[in-house]
Write a protein that binds this ligand. Structure first.
Ligand SMILES: Nc1nc2c(c(=O)[nH]1)N[C@H]1C(S)=C(S)[C@@H](COP(=O)(O)OP(=O)(O)OC[C@H]3O[C@@H](n4cnc5c(=O)[nH]c(N)nc54)[C@H](O)[C@@H]3O)O[C@H]1N2
Ligand SMILES: Nc1nc2c(c(=O)[nH]1)N[C@H]1C(S)=C(S)[C@@H](COP(=O)(O)OP(=O)(O)OC[C@H]3O[C@@H](n4cnc5c(=O)[nH]c(N)nc54)[C@H](O)[C@@H]3O)O[C@H]1N2
Ligand code: SF4
Ligand SMILES: [Mo]
Length: 711
């Protein structure tokens, strides 16, 4: 008897939970699946197609291919569905199923034992943005504050970018990104939106179609975004400060600086002009590799286009001079005066517009500021016992990990591995898949996916607040992060905080209310809140976010106090004005190449590396190299090559590619370790030394040498 056809799918509103600035509003098809026994009964609900919401003004019906295929991920046969206990050696992958109660009891016992031995700071809750939902991502902080466990400086992604933007504008907000559609020049700087946040292209290409706008892309290789650009600006990694200085030089030199605007809206314009006198396009050509004539032409177009929109990404800040480069680029639309015009100005992120009160979610009322904070990016040195990275406190002997995969994505993997392999370290990983990190755990707990739990989302790359409801029963025994945190708080005797007694829904409702965004019911009805500030505010017409309202062309780096309470790295050496700060890991005789580990189009960090659609597209870990460089190294297309520096070595396959400057190589990332021959992943090559002024990982700033592997 043929199996009955699935019933017609129902469409439900949801939100993409992944770590992507777009935070797309989704429409998810869900249908009844026939039972496997052929009885004609319903065998559970399944996800069908996932689309972008057409009536959401930023998503505008468009999402990326990897999320459109989400059925592959949520119904993946390799999903973790039961708690596991390690029975073999660390990292062996030998686990046996156990019950939830037993698993949670073990975790609570081991955390208590760690605390009794070396104090509460020896336990480190370690989490990141695998889900961007405020309840499921940040609730772990409530447990941390209640128990006075070590704090978590989340540096890895945003700190160089945010501090660079803040140093000038004073606030993490910018012009409405939908205004790109009303621009005449869109400068996509150090981001590859075709791969990493597709909706930027929706609005930028609309401007091109409707107004004849030009699109410029600044990157270090010919990305899919640069392929679509009218003005490709191909530079060497870590040299954006030099490009920005030369553009500013031309603006001042050629009478294209808006001096009236500078007089009312900026500080230190005269000092900047004098400083730039010898930062000419020829000077910048020598540093960036971009011909001076191309810099001149771009600078003149910027100076002559009032509606010039600078979409500043993260990629160009993942270098040791990243904060300086972000600040330098952000000075351009100030000096040209573009900020005053509709369709002009700058946008990096909208983090500041949401004014959340997260006291209930994070237990901020329990926070003790004297408890030590540990730097996310330095997990390698921290687990490896580095006294400086441990901030003078006890060793970390217990980890609780949610929403992140540090055994693949954190820099300085040689030390990360050594740390995770320690016999005296207890590790609990709450995950959806058996990731590289879960494989190193003592206890693995199975986690829900976004369609299986309730959560609240904000968009960094646009201006919306959205609710993502639980639409499906979780497979097997999966539990949400909120459920795990609450169960651990009970076992550890710290569940008095009201946040532990509430459901995720109640936490969302109360947080919306406390933050001035109304109640959950209203959000559910409306599906999303457009939180865009008005035009005057967004364009800083009445001033930037400093007491005197003036954009800081000469930033006070040591005076910044956000995004972290403490500064790291060589802050005192940061240049006073925009400049090329030569702290990058320059090529040398032993390491003639500079490596950038840009994102792969159908992976999201290390997520989606498990889905067949993404694996088929990305094929295998690859090194893109200029054909002339390859010839010089005796490398041919398809050869295996060992890429190495003092931190480690990785084996990749060569792909000849002429869309980059000589001496630059690209490895689109982040593959699981075991996808590489030898089991070493790309972050074996990247450094964990902190980026000034607030830490971060310079994952696009490594020098390497190449050696052809014998056949
Ligand atoms: N498909 C996909 N989408 C993603 C991700 C992913 O891994 N894959 N990651 C997500 C996350 S966590 C984030 S934070 C965002 C980040 O998204 P982006 O802001 O786009 O930042 P990156 O992904 O680091 O890099 C973007 C581009 O920066 C370029 N780049 C590197 N160094 C330099 C430089 O020195 N100068 C210039 N001008 N360009 C440089 C890289 O070549 C790359 O093309 O994307 C999110 N979206
Ligand atoms: N070489 C190199 N390294 C990089 C980067 C780079 O460009 N190059 N990019 C850096 C950047 S920008 C970032 S943000 C980091 C990101 O690195 P990660 O934070 O590790 O991001 P993902 O690899 O996406 O891992 C998220 C994990 O969370 C899990 N997860 C998702 N939702 C949930 C949930 O609800 N509950 C639980 N318990 N787990 C969940 C997923 O299964 C996934 O394994 O990587 C950084 N590392
Ligand atoms: S573009 Fe980003 S936010 Fe949108 S569906 Fe893809 S990963 Fe999610
Ligand atoms: Mo990120």
């Amino acid at each position: 008897m043929p199996a009955p056809l699935p019933s017609a799918p129902r469409i439900h509103a949801s939100v993409c939970p992944h770590d992507c600035p777009s935070t797309c509003a989704l429409e998810v098809e869900i249908h009844d699946h026939p039972a496997a026994d052929g009885s004609g009964e319903c065998g559970g609900k399944r996800v069908g197609r996932v689309r972008g919401a057409a009536d959401h003004s930023y998503t505008a019906g468009v999402i990326c291919a990897k999320v459109a295929r989400y059925a592959e991920r949520i119904h993946h046969p390799d999903r973790l569905t039961q708690p596991l206990r390690r029975v073999g050696a660390k990292g062996s992958g030998d686990f046996a199923p156990i019950g939830w109660d037993e698993a949670l009891d073990i975790v609570a016992e081991r955390f208590t034992a760690a605390e009794q031995r070396c104090g509460s700071e020896s336990v480190w809750p370690y989490f990141y943005a695998g889900t961007m939902g405020l309840v499921q991502r940040d609730g772990i902080n409530r447990l941390r504050h209640a128990k006075r466990y070590s704090g978590f400086f989340s540096t890895i992604c945003t700190n160089p970018a945010w501090s660079g933007f803040l140093a000038g504008a004073g606030r993490l907000a910018g012009v409405d990104p939908r205004e790109m559609a009303r621009s005449d020049l869109i400068v996509i700087w150090g981001t590859n939106p075709v791969s990493t946040q597709v909706n930027v292209m929706t609005h930028a290409t609309r401007a091109r179609k409707e107004r004849g706008a030009k699109i410029a892309v600044v990157d270090v290789y010919r990305t899919p975004s640069m392929e679509q650009a009218d003005i490709p600006l191909l530079i060497r990694p870590g040299t954006d400060g030099a490009l920005a200085c030369a553009v500013l030089h031309v603006l001042f030199r050629d009478g294209l600086a808006d001096r009236a605007y500078l007089a009312s809206h900026a500080a230190d314009a005269q000092g900047l002009e004098a400083h730039l006198a010898d930062r000419s396009p020829a000077w910048a050509e020598a540093i960036t590799g971009l011909p001076a004539a191309e810099i001149e032409a771009f600078a003149r177009l910027v100076g002559q286009t009032p509606r010039a929109f600078f979409r500043l990404g993260y990629g160009f800040t993942r270098s040791r001079n990243g904060a300086v480069n972000m600040h330098a680029a952000s000075c351009i639309p100030v000096v040209s005066g573009a900020w005053q015009h509709e369709g002009g100005g700058a946008f990096h992120t909208n983090g500041a517009i949401y004014h959340w009160n997260k006291t209930l979610i994070e237990g901020l009322d329990l926070r003790d500021p004297s408890v030590r904070m540990l730097d996310q990016s330095r997990i390698g040195p921290i687990l490896d016992g580095d006294a400086d990275a441990l901030a003078g406190g006890p060793p970390v002997t217990a980890l609780l990990i949610q929403n992140t995969n540090p055994m693949a994505i954190a820099p300085d993997q040689t030390r990360v591995r050594r740390g995770f392999a320690r016999d005296d370290l207890f590790v609990c990983v709450h995950e959806q898949f058996m990731t590289d990190t879960a494989r190193m755990a003592d206890i693995v707990l199975p986690a829900t996916m976004f369609l299986e739990h309730d959560d609240l989302y904000q968009s960094g790359g646009n201006q919306h607040i959205l609710f993502g409801p639980a639409l499906l029963d979780p497979p097997g025994q999966c539990r949400s992060n909120h459920a795990v945190i609450t169960a651990l708080a009970q076992r550890l005797g710290v569940d008095q905080h009201p946040g532990f007694a509430m459901t995720a829904r109640d936490l969302i409702d109360a947080t919306l209310d406390a933050s001035g965004w109304g109640r959950l019911e209203a959000l559910e009805q409306a599906r999303f809140i457009d939180a865009q500030p008005d035009f005057r505010t967004a364009h800083c017409l009445d001033g930037f976010h400093w007491p005197d309202g003036r954009f800081r062309l000469k930033p006070d780096w040591t005076g910044l106090t956000y995004p972290a309470p403490a500064q790291f790295g060589p802050v005192a050496d940061m240049p006073a004005y925009p400049d090329h700060w030569a702290v990058i890991e320059a090529a040398d005789d032993d390491h003639p190449f500079r490596l950038v580990t840009a994102p792969a189009r159908t992976f999201l960090n290390s997520s989606f590396t498990e889905t067949p659609g993404s694996q088929a597209r990305e094929r295998r870990p690859t090194l893109m190299i200029h054909p002339d460089d390859a010839a010089g190294q005796g490398l041919a297309d398809g050869d295996r090559v060992e890429v190495a520096n003092r931190r480690g070595a990785v084996i990749l396959h060569v792909r000849l590619f002429d869309g980059l400057r000589r001496g630059v190589v690209i490895a689109e990332s982040i593959w699981p370790n075991n996808a590489h021959q030898g089991g070493r992943g790309i972050n074996s090559l990247t450094g964990a030394d902190p980026v000034a002024p607030f830490g971060g990982a310079a994952v696009h700033d490594s020098h390497v040498r190449l050696r052809r592997c014998p056949d």
